[in-house]
Write a protein that binds this ligand. Structure first.
Ligand code: ZN
Length: 95
């Protein structure tokens, strides 16, 4: 039996890849599908534009007390939470 990766599956994987690192097998599925599917290449290009433009939107400043509480909570949680947050930010925004 063979399974074929459809456009919907690839779109879901591309979106998942914005939140987490795809497995090597998932990346191969996406890249293989994109090679032969102009529709999904267009979707990937659209997502890249959306991510880039979203990243350029400045975050609103937090009220001082929220900022202080957040910083305190991050410091108390230790360095692991910073690594996780950094990895997530890089996966989302690419920097
Ligand atoms: Zn497709």
């Amino acid at each position: 039996m063979t399974t074929r990766t459809g456009c919907g599956d690839v779109e879901r994987l591309m979106l998942a890849g914005e939140d987490r690192e795809l497995s090597p097998e998932e990346r191969r599925l996406v890249e293989g599908h994109l090679h032969g599917c102009g529709r999904c290449r267009g979707y990937a290009a659209d997502r890249a534009v959306i991510r880039k433009e979203s990243a350029a939107i400045p975050w609103p400043a937090l009220p001082g007390e929220v900022d202080r509480r957040t910083r305190r909570a991050v410091l108390e949680a230790g360095p692991a939470v910073l690594r996780t947050a950094r990895a997530r930010r890089e996966a989302l925004w690419g920097a």
